[in-house]
Ligand binder design. Structure first.
Ligand code: ASP
Ligand code: MG
Length: 423
């Protein structure tokens, strides 16, 4: 046995029943034969968090986020205590810890708090006594002792943060899928399981719509160089899953495109005939930001006769608030017309290998043109290209891009390189 510390996290589906918890506990015990220190992080069982949140909203017409967090955090407490009990029944020394008992400190942003610090004293004490700490994910405690939650899917972040704080050598994220795919296999049957992905790629994919890992968990892992693996809790013996790696990008033989993702939770707002003068965009987007609305893609047309059009996208859930804000600000800016639509989706391709390859955007747009998909807006970064399109085309567009970029085949490295090198 080596003297490494690892973190092993289980998602809700992998803990959906006592029987499944027994299977998960066996995975932990197998790791324990190999690694000196094993720390477990658990999510709530199955859909328990949804159930708790529904109860809360049923009980209260004026939601109080402090109470919401107290309720939401209990799902993970139940699974942590059950899991520790199961480990004990199998002869292992184990103890459950709530976020507060594990000394996970957060800010006081209820419902979406950030971890500010972890004092590993309590976890370390248990490890020194040879115990397996089982920590309730998704929660922490403020300096004032208030319970908070980290946002939906936040148990991944607990696992990554604990891994970083303990300087763990690996963090295993056990889930109900086999790992990270080139596209969502439920809509793209050709999707291929990746054996590794660069952390910058999964960071982009998670932010752009891929639900397999909480984006903040990836941020933590990236900042601390923590090696993460995403793998299935149901056939881990036969499935190595996907490793998130930090190799210097220049050292990697890279396909230009690693993954395709989409997000249908976008809404588009267009302001027509906005006066084309300095300061208008500043005024508009300051007002939007002041109301806590996150703006995603922005496009401003070339002005004509002193006027221009500005379009931008927001999350669908924030559309109503954005419109209320614009009702006030648009007249002040002498903008006569505000149009909105929710029938849009964001389609994105991601890959650290696309850096400096102008041909990738061209190929993406050509594929979309062939599929008769009109591109409404475009946004790019060094390693991603996103297009806002009509949402009714998005699933076909994912499949078409997946096939045109040759993502189903391992050989795509060469296939796509030869396209790029013609440019
Ligand atoms: N149980 C929480 C949720 O459903 C946290 C998690 O599972 O990561 O969002
Ligand atoms: Mg999850």
């Amino acid at each position: 046995m080596n003297n490494e510390t690892i973190v092993v996290k289980f998602g809700g589906t992998s803990l959906g029943s006592i029987k499944l918890m027994h299977r998960a506990a066996d995975i932990v015990l197998r790791h324990k034969q190999q690694f000196a220190n094993v720390v477990v992080v658990v999510s709530a069982m199955g859909d328990q968090t949804d159930f708790l949140l529904d109860l809360f909203y049923e009980a209260s017409s004026i939601p109080n986020l402090r109470e919401l967090d107290v309720i939401a955090s209990t799902g993970e407490l139940v699974s942590a205590a059950l899991f520790a009990s199961i480990l004990q029944s199998k002869g292992a020394a184990s103890r459950s810890l709530s976020g507060a008992q594990a000394l996970i400190k957060t800010d006081d942003n209820h419902g979406n708090s950030r971890i500010t610090d972890i004092d590993v004293r309590n976890i370390d004490n248990l490890l020194e006594q040879g115990e397996i700490p089982v920590i309730a994910g998704y929660q922490g405690v403020t300096a004032q002792g208030e319970v908070t939650t980290l946002g939906r899917g936040g148990s991944d972040t607990t696992a990554a943060a604990i891994g970083a704080a303990l300087q763990a050598t690996q963090c295993f994220i056990y889930t109900d899928v086999k790992g990270i795919y080139t596209a969502d296999p439920r809509i793209c049957p050709e999707a291929r399981l990746l054996d590794s992905i660069h952390f910058k790629e999964i960071l982009e994919l998670a932010a752009l719509g891929t639900k397999v890992l909480h984006p903040r968990a990836v941020e933590f892992a990236g900042r601390h160089g923590l090696i993460m693996k995403v793998l299935s809790a149901f056939d881990e013996q036969h499935n190595p899953g996907t490793n998130i790696i930090f190799t210097s990008e220049n050292d990697m033989e890279q396909p230009q495109v690693t993954g395709i993702t989409y997000n249908i939770e976008e809404a588009k707002i267009t302001l027509r005939s906005v006066p084309d003068r300095p300061g208008v965009a500043a005024e508009l987007f300051s007002a939007i930001a002041e109301h806590g609305i996150d703006v995603d893609v922005i496009v401003q047309n070339i002005g004509a006769e002193g006027h221009t059009d500005i379009s931008f996208t927001v999350h669908r859930s924030q559309l109503e608030r954005a419109v209320a804000t614009l009702d006030v600000i648009a007249p002040k800016l002498d903008c006569p017309t505000v149009e909105t639509t929710t029938n849009v989706a964001k389609l994105s391709i991601v890959g650290v290998g696309m850096r400096g390859h102008a041909g990738i955007a061209a190929q993406m747009f050509k594929s979309l043109a062939e599929a008769k998909v009109n591109i409404l807006m475009i946004s790019t970064s060094e390693i991603k290209i996103s297009a806002i399109i009509d949402d009714s085309f998005v699933l076909d567009a994912v499949r078409k891009l997946h096939s045109d970029f040759g993502l189903e085949a391992k050989e795509q490295i060469k296939a796509v390189s030869s396209v790029a090198s013609n440019n």
